[in-house]
Structures are given as structure tokens and as C-alpha cells.
Design a protein around this ligand. Sequence first.
Ligand SMILES: [Cu+2]
Length: 671
Amino acid sequence: MKKYACLLFLGFIASQMLAQKPVSEADYYTLKTIAIPEGAVLEVGGLAPLPDGRLGVSTRRGEIWIVENPYMLNGTEPHFKRYASGLHEILGLAYKDGAFYCTQRGELTKISDTDGDGRGDLFECVYKFDLSGNYHEYAYGPVFDSNGDMYVTLNVAWIGYGESLAKWHGWLLKIKPNGQMEPIAAGLRSPAGFNINSKGEIFYAENQGDWVGSGRVTHLEKGDFAGNAGSLNWTNQPGSPIRLTKAELSKVDDGRPMFEAAKTIKEMKLPCVWFPHGLMGISTADMLEDNTGGAFGPFSGDQFVADQGHSKIMRMTLEKVNGEYQGACYPFREGWASGLLRLRWGIDGSMFGGMTSRGWASTGKKDYALQRLVWTGVVPFEMKNVSARADGFVIEFTKPVDKDLAQKAANYQFSSFTYKYQHQYGSPIIKQGNCPLQGIIVSEDGKTIQVVLDSMREGFIHEIKLKDLKAADGTALLHDFAYYTMNSLPTGAKTMLSDAQKVKAMPASHQHHGGAMPSAPSGKKKSKAAGKTSTLGKNLNTQPADWSQPDVALNIGTKPGLKFDREMITVKAGQKVKLVFNNNDDMQHNLVLTLPGEASEIGAKAMGLGLKGPEMFYVPSNPKVFAHTKILDPGTTETIYFVAPDKPGDYQFVCTYPGHYLVMQGILRVQ
Ligand SMILES: [Cu+2]
């Protein structure tokens, strides 16, 4: 208690200081790195904090370690002891009543230390998983429910598309301690993260892929189909709570939004929150509900969602509208050391993050890492919650807002969009439109702002962008955007606005002030088309008419782990080049040729394209780019033609798909 009061006091002092300078995530949440001893390759697959303060860690190398003193109290070193080894890729770990439970590739295993020497010595199979041997048949869990039953999820295989080659892959399964299994939900693709919240409800996070336009979180109940077709191979099996077939699903496989597909496929469960690809993250992983009672900051009851590829965590808030969950996602804390796969609470309300990036590259550069995220005691100025109304949103903040800034219409921007539901990999952003702001109502205490909007759309993701808002104490907003998934528009009367609350019609030139958004269909068509042309001119797919033949033909492919299959290619100055880019990986990629030393800047600019990114193939319109491909789906090829620069040097090629540029680069040497 005393420590907590002290924290609050320090927090008060720090917040007074912060009000004076730009804010960063590290001002509020500190990452502490847990030193891993040499000899331990801690590619974390699972984390299980023990009640006595030690931490169980399972690895993709098939080991389980017990870390003593993971909190590094008084600056002392942690101590690692190997509890088990020789297991097969343990991607999930739990601890209950003195035993560890883990998912290996082929089974759910209970491990006990019967002689008390600190090493597991009794290995019991609880339930065996069917396997085809495909590399993509990952198994996750277990997560215990309050009855002591376990839940696991199984990935579909990857054979150029997601397919369930062995029974129950693509499913959420419930397994009793005696090994009795009950299939619960289907349609899962790559369910690396799932949890059971304090109400006993199951949520799982999905990665972009085939049938999955973007990352998302879905509330799963028995009989739900979450969208990926592979799992439907087993709906004819005894015990399946779902009867849906691939043939029935193919009838809606025409690129219509998932919201529309769900109108005819009654088993289909819509995500409660979409995490727009590249804008919020690129590969959702573990989930964790904030049940720390305030020890982790002002977000009690929210859920945190890890992103493996972007080495960060995001935050999610939910509300029930017309009987189903929907809600919003927000950025939270980036800068983790490696690919963030697992999240668990420590006994002090800090958050452990277990990381690995082998084969699943990440913006955090380390191959593996273990870190702990600790609240500094300072409350950040954030959107705490976004809640839907029939004609807008109520945005709640962690602190009272500066009311003058909150009244300015130019500080808000709203739009909506969705994705295709299709068997192809991922989706472009489609059906985008603006939601003009009509009214602003700031609450008396300054903690909430109600915005009244035009053109809200059921079934769409709504982007909420705030600019230049400050707290009443002068603190800048830490994150200024959120995405709300509007599966259902709340019913209710239209908000009555007083004259003071009504937004005055702005001059047309201010309508899209400073935003990253393309304008509405009727809007600034000219500038948009111009931007597109200058980029597309560098994407020549046919041999120029004045070439009799190319001087040189090159091939570049992709490899798993965000790599090109060649690190350097060499051409002569001024040569006519034909380049075949072959994407043999299981993710989308492009290839962008830049001036020497400019690849990272172009990659960073690509991430800043926002909602415009997909339609521009994530290629910024920039003179430092001299040729590029489009975004290639897995297993596809594109041929481009360009003339090598006249000036010799080490030019670069880079994939500008969001987040990939940090690692996916090579050299085009011009001699
Ligand atoms: Cu890429």
C-alpha cells in the first residue's frame, strides 16, 4: 500500500514535468529486459508465472525453463534452471496445482516433478493431436477455464493456402483433464493468441491471410465459424457443432465484405474488433485482460493484444451492442526487443512479454527476448474508451481535456471502410467513405467528448483520428487514433445539438485538413489520380516498345522470415533490365527499388500512407523510388522493366509492406 502511494506521488511529480514536453510511450510504461544466460536459446513459445513469483518459460526449441527472480529485485540477476527438454515446439504453457501443461506440436502434455529436484520427471499425454507433418500445424494453449478444463487451438496447414490436412486443425478444442475432447468452434487460421476473460468468455486473435482481410479478434462460442475455410473439412465428423460445408461457403466467396457474407452464413461469427493491417499491427498474437486492479495503470478491464511482427502491444475495449461484442483498438506500447508472442501478468501487476522471431521476422531485432513492462505510475493522456451511439461516438479520456481545443472541428477526422471476404490472401481496403462531423459535446467534467457524425455505416470499421488535443493540464495526447468495429449500429434517438454544439460548415479546402485519408469519392479526384500516376509510371509490366530486348534478365524471390532470396544483384549502368519477382513466401510482399541509402526512409514513408497504403501498393510517390512491383499475394509473380541508373553505386531493393522494410532489404549494385 505504501509503495503504491509513493508511486502515485512520483506519478504526480512526473506528470507535472511531462506537461511541459512532448510525450512518449516510455514516459508511462518502462520495458525492463530480463538477462538470458548464455546457452539458453529462449525462443519463447509459452509463459506461465508461478504463484511463488518464479516464471515458467517454454521454448520453440522444446525446453521448459524456470526463472527465479524474474523481477530482478534490487538489481540482482535472474536465475535460469532447465525444467524439461527434448519436447517438440512448445507454443503454450500453463501451470496448475503443481504441474505444467503444455502444447507440443503433437499433443497436450502434463509434466510433473515427482521427486522435487526441480526437473520434470513425469510426462503424461493428456490428448494427442492429429498431424499431417506440414510445418504450419502449430498448436497453442492450454488455457484453463474455471472448471479446470483446458482449451487449445490448432493452426491450419499452409500449402499455398490454408488447409486442414489433419483432424481438428483450424479449431478451438476443449479438453478435460481425463483427455475427453469436445470441438467448440471452427474457422480459425493462425490462432496464436486466445484467452478466457474474467466472465469466462473466450476471445481469440487472428492473423491476416486467406479468408482474413486483416488481423482481428473474435469472441468464440460453441458452434461459431470464425471465417477460414480449411477447418470445414471436419464438420461431418461426430461431435462437430457445425454443419457448414466448403461448398456452401464458396457461394459467398466473391469479395463481398464479411459482414455481408454473414447474412447468409448463419454460423459465421463476425470479429468483435478488426485490427487494420499495417495501421494497427501486422500479426496479432497473445491476448491478456487487465485484471490488475489498477497496478498496470488506468485500463482495468481492457484487453491487450500483442503483435508479433511489429513487436508491440495494442489495447482493445469492448461493449455489447444488440447482444454481441464490438469495440475499438488503440496503439499502446511498441519497441519490444523481438517478435512479441506471449503476454502474462506478473504477481506485481507488471506484464511479462515472451518473444521470438525465427522464421517470423519482427521489427524488434533480437532473435528472442524476455522483457517486463512496468507502469511508471504516471497516467498518460489517452482515449480510454470509444463507445458507439446511433449517430456518433462517445470518446472517454483518461484525464479532462482542454475544452477550447476540444471544441475545434479541425481537430477531428472520421471515416469508415471494410475488407473483402475472400479465399485470396488478405484484402485491400474497400468501400471507404468519410463521416462528416456535425456536432461536438464536451462533458462538464471534460472527461468525455460526444461527436455527432453523418454517414456512419453498420458493418464497417470506423477510423477515429484526433489532432492537437491536449489535456486540461497541458499534456499531449499519447496516441491520436483508434479503430471502432461497428457490427451493429446502436438504436436510439438522434442527438439534439444546441447551436454552440453544432459544427459550422467548414470551407471546402479545410474539409480534409492534414489527414492521411483520400478524399470522399466526389472529392479531390485530381490530386489523387496525379499521385497514383507518378507512382504507377515506375511499375512497367510490359517491355517498352523501343527495346528490342532487355540487356539483362534478373530473378528475385522471397524466403520465409521476411527475406529476399538474394542479398545483392549486379547490373551495368544504363542497362535495360527485366526483373521477375517471385513471391514464394506465405505472406504478401512487394519489391521497391530506391536510390542508395534511401530504402529505410521509403519503408517508413510507406507505413505513413495510412488507409491509402493498399491502393498504392505501399509505394510512396517519391523521386527516390525508381521502379517497383505491386503487392504480390503468396505464390504469385510479377515482371517489371526498368533502365538501370546511369550513375554507379549501391542502390537498394526493399519490401515496403508495412513493417517489412526494417529487415527485408538488398543491394542493386550498378557498375
Ligand atoms: Cu515484405
